[in-house]
Design a protein. Structure first.
Length: 128
C-alpha cells in the first residue's frame, strides 16, 4: 500500500484527529492482510477476528506495547493524538478512547510520512 506522502510541514499542521482518521483505516487494512496469512477462515470469522484487533480497547492495549519502543518524534505524535479533544465515547472509558486515538494518530503519521518499514516493525509487535 503506497501512501500519499506528506511533507513534514503538512504533517505538523495536520490535526491529530485527521491523522487518527487515516491511521484507523491503515491499521484495519494491515490487520486484515495479516489475518489472510493465518489458516483458512470464512469471511465471517475473518471479520469477527479483525474486529478484536481494531477495537478501541485493543488499540489501547497495542499502544501500551509500542509506546516504550517509540522515538522522541513518534512519542510527540502519539501525545498529540492522546491529547486531542474527543467526543464522549459511550463504549469506552476516556483513557481507553484517548490511547486508541493516540495509537491511530501514530499509525496515520507513519503512513503519511512514508515510514512503511517502521510501521511494519511496530505492527509486527502486535501478537496475532
Amino acid at each position: 500500500m503506497a501512501p500519499c506522502m506528506r511533507t513534514v510541514e503538512e504533517l505538523r499542521s495536520m490535526p491529530a484527529l485527521t491523522l487518527a482518521y487515516i491511521g484507523d483505516a491503515v491499521f484495519e487494512l494491515m490487520i486484515r492482510e495479516k489475518l489472510l496469512e493465518m489458516p483458512k477462515h470464512d469471511n465471517g470469522t475473518l471479520h469477527t477476528t479483525a474486529l478484536k484487533y481494531v477495537s478501541a480497547t485493543a488499540q489501547s492495549e497495542w499502544a501500551d506495547i509500542v509506546l516504550p519502543l517509540l522515538t522522541e518524534e513518534e512519542t510527540s505524535v502519539y501525545m498529540r493524538g492522546r491529547n486531542a479533544k474527543l467526543s464522549v465515547s459511550k463504549k469506552n472509558s476516556p483513557i481507553t478512547h484517548h490511547k486508541a486515538t493516540a495509537f491511530e494518530a501514530l499509525i496515520g503519521w507513519l503512513y503519511l510520512s512514508g515510514r512503511s518499514e517502521r510501521l511494519e516493525e511496530l505492527i509486527g509487535k502486535i501478537p496475532l
